[in-house]
Write a protein of this length. Sequence first.
Length: 465
Amino acid sequence: MTGCFIWQYRLPKAKPGKLKSKLKKMCPRFPEPVPLEHPIPVLMEALDKVDALLRTSTDATKLPAISAIVIFNDSVLWNGNFGRRNGSDPTSPPINEYTIYRWVIMALRLWATTLLWKGNTQAAVDLLQDDVLVADPGTKCHYSNLAFSLLAHVMAEKVAGMDYQQWVSENILQPLGMEDTGFEITSQIEKRMAIGVYSSGHPAPLYDLGWYRPSGQMYSTPADMAKLVMMLLGAYYHPVLQPDTLKTMLTPLFRCENSYFVEQTGTPWEVNEQLGYDIIRKDGDLDGYSASVSLVPRLKLGLVTLMAGTKPEDEDLVVKVYSSLIPAMESAFRDAPRVLIPTPDPVPYIGYFTYSNITFYEINADADGVLSLEQFGPQADTMVPMKYRILKLSYLQDRVFRVVFEKEYPCQLKVNAASVSLESQDGQLFNFYIFNKKGLSPGFDVPGLNTYKVTRIIRKPIFSG
């Protein structure tokens, strides 16, 4: 029995000389995002690699301008801008985070013949009446620019009762302060835009997408896109979406067949796994421009890349960026000091407790008021390292505490023939009972460990033998 609150294990005793402790896989497997104090060498090194990757990816002919921004939670970790607004003019000013690009993350291969169509939503519905479905709904992954545009128009006109562009502006752009994002490319906007080019280097026209506007008409800047990503990560000061809605929106819904270009899809994201994390992503290409916005929700990490030109065909820049960033963020989180929150008053929780008179525990508080729990008595195995026999309890609210390991720990602690899962203990909640007349909590439960009725005892018991 260890001090890591594992009731169901009883470790066999052995002589100290025969003790074998194998520390293999370290946990937490997915470290919890915590506030970071910069500079962090491992993160700076990773961002330098990102800088070098994107800088060398520009091409004077095919890809004269790239802007990218890396977001962690509610802050910008890094932004890079490579190239000039007009790649063919050496006197053109360099791009920056306020340079405007076409934001085309919904558009995939919008053909010129498609854009010649000048109908409206009702006309589109009428034309689709006799069309044949590519697949029955919910049976396979399939991308459709038409579907995105149709859904946007129908939801805006029939549900919200207004034009799609008006709804987006009033409910997303204005609340987030995205002042440099919109649909109408005026002469003033065009002066601030990076000039998009075809692979030949010839400038691409800024044509209007008409009814297909929801699939790629918008323009934006890296700075504005950072605000949107922060909102999607649940960190922006002005929440446009409720937490439950964000969670649903960022959850993969459908696993795709092997022949599809991504592993899973969501609403409306494409999802691939990389280094054990779901990368939530949306990409798009339109004449002269490419764009990508992606999130790693578990790390509170986001990336936006905006390009004037044709994106590289032989490499996925987003995957390469995350191959550097994810390990660096994991390392930074693991090395960051864990914040332990003291209880407002530790007295009601201090004392001795027992689980069915089988295992016994003592709860103390340090000078700062942070609680710790240690097992004692005949079931306690003193051969387990002390740092794993004492649990720190961080205060959450009311009478609820959370187990916190201050440093990286072995997922499975092996002592002789027994195996104890420390990973299952990390983050478990202690729910203390309502205080009695003496102002003390008479016990607690740990639902996540299926452990209930751990009750207070008056004094520390004396054990015979």
